[in-house]
Design a protein around this ligand. Structure first.
Ligand SMILES: [Zn+2]
Length: 379
């Protein structure tokens, strides 16, 4: 090897490959101002690879013992220099080949990967507690709204949606007052179904279904406000979404997250109607109900009264007279099946410290709401 020294520093021995033949040729390599100068044995041609066009098989650093270089404009060619000094000096001319630069260059995709892993860990951590809830919380609002519309469509199919204008106005007034107190991002949408069953369901996407039976069995607008605020609590906690995810299973849930498909969702309304929430979920919904009613300055007594009375009626096993003959239910008061432990919960509600309240609706509006299922001509 020759160690000629001149203006451009030492000459390093290297091996050059043109990538076309298996053989490599020896070469004298120098670092010049303009680039890496390569003088191959057996030819007088001098190659000059500008620093900016160099690539390196491995990033160059203080501990490099050699350099295997490529050239962007002749992608098959390689130059190997088995000398750590060369590698270190090259780094100062071509900083983009350094370990540090390589780290930075890969930082963005790496950060994304790190974020993805972190969120996955977060998801798994959440899943330890409740996989269904974790998935439900990942559903975009548009998916939840579509899911809710589907649930309500399925529940109300073959039944009339009650929308007599005066009743609708009264309901909108009450829903607005409670939604504002609930403090969520989206006001709740409430649909009344012409159904004798006494029940109320929270559906995905801040939607609630109320039955005619429930309106008829309620003795005051405060009772309806209490039931609605409890359902809003379920909605705020995404209990319907979680319940559906749990009922459908993981793969269908993933399908939902990716935009949904028809097959699995055909009977989604039925799925939701059959759901019963855990004690913990009921407590969460009650806590919201108590908070919402207080914020809205509506007495919580209505909620307690409703559950106490329904509980007693159900205990007597009496079916309401207006119950449609072929309606499929084990109890006329399904509100108890889907919202169990009502007596205990009624007591908690009743024990709230008193505050100043006004009726949930004025007497005339309450009369309109109760008549919402009568067609306008009959009023
Ligand atoms: Zn409930």
């Amino acid at each position: 090897m020759s160690m000629r020294s001149d203006d451009f520093g030492p000459v390093f021995p290297g091996r050059f490959s043109d990538g076309r033949s298996a053989a490599t040729v020896t070469a004298e390599v120098r670092l010049t101002e303009r680039g890496v100068e390569i003088r191959r044995t057996g030819t007088t041609d001098v190659l000059l690879w500008p620093y900016g066009a160099l690539t390196s098989a491995t990033p160059l650093g203080r501990h490099s013992i050699d350099a295997l270089l490529g050239y962007k404009f002749a992608s098959d060619t390689t130059l190997f220099v088995g000398d750590g000094t060369f590698a270190r000096q090259l780094q100062t001319h071509a900083p983009h080949l350094s370990v540090r630069a390589t780290r930075l260059r890969h930082a963005t995709p790496w950060l994304w990967a790190a974020a993805a892993i972190a969120s996955l860990v977060g998801v798994i951590w959440l899943m330890e507690l409740s996989p269904a809830r974790a998935i439900a919380q990942m559903l975009p609002d548009s998916t939840r709204a579509a899911l809710g519309a589907r649930v309500i469509g399925s529940m109300t199919s073959g039944r009339k949606v009650c929308d007599a204008a005066p009743g609708r106005r009264a309901l909108d007034q009450l829903a607005g007052r409670l939604s504002k107190a609930a403090g969520g991002n989206t006001p709740f949408k409430i649909v009344v179904v012409d159904w004798g069953l006494v029940n109320a369901f929270a559906a995905p996407g801040e939607q609630i279904v109320l039955t005619r039976g429930l309106l008829e069995k309620s003795e005051s607008p405060d009772e309806v406000a209490g039931v609605l605020s409890h359902e809003m609590g379920h909605g705020l906690e995404m209990h319907p979404e979680s319940g559906i995810v749990r009922a459908l299973g993981l793969s269908a849930a993933m399908d939902l997250m990716l935009g949904g498909s028809g097959g699995t969702l055909a009977n989604i309304g039925l799925v939701l109607a059959q759901l019963s929430y855990t004690r913990g979920a009921e407590r969460e919904a009650d806590a919201h109900a108590i908070r919402i009613l207080r914020e809205a300055a509506i007495s919580p007594k209505g909620l307690a009264d409703f559950f106490t009375r329904i509980d007693k009626l159900d205990g007597g096993g009496k079916a309401p007279k207006d119950k449609a003959p072929k309606e499929k239910s084990t109890s006329a008061f399904d509100v108890l099946r889907t919202h169990p432990q009502s007596a205990e919960r009624a007591a908690i509600v009743a024990n709230q410290p008193p505050y100043k309240s006004t009726p949930a609706l004025a007497a005339a509006d309450w009369a309109d709401l109760r008549a919402i299922c009568l067609s306008e001509g009959k009023i």
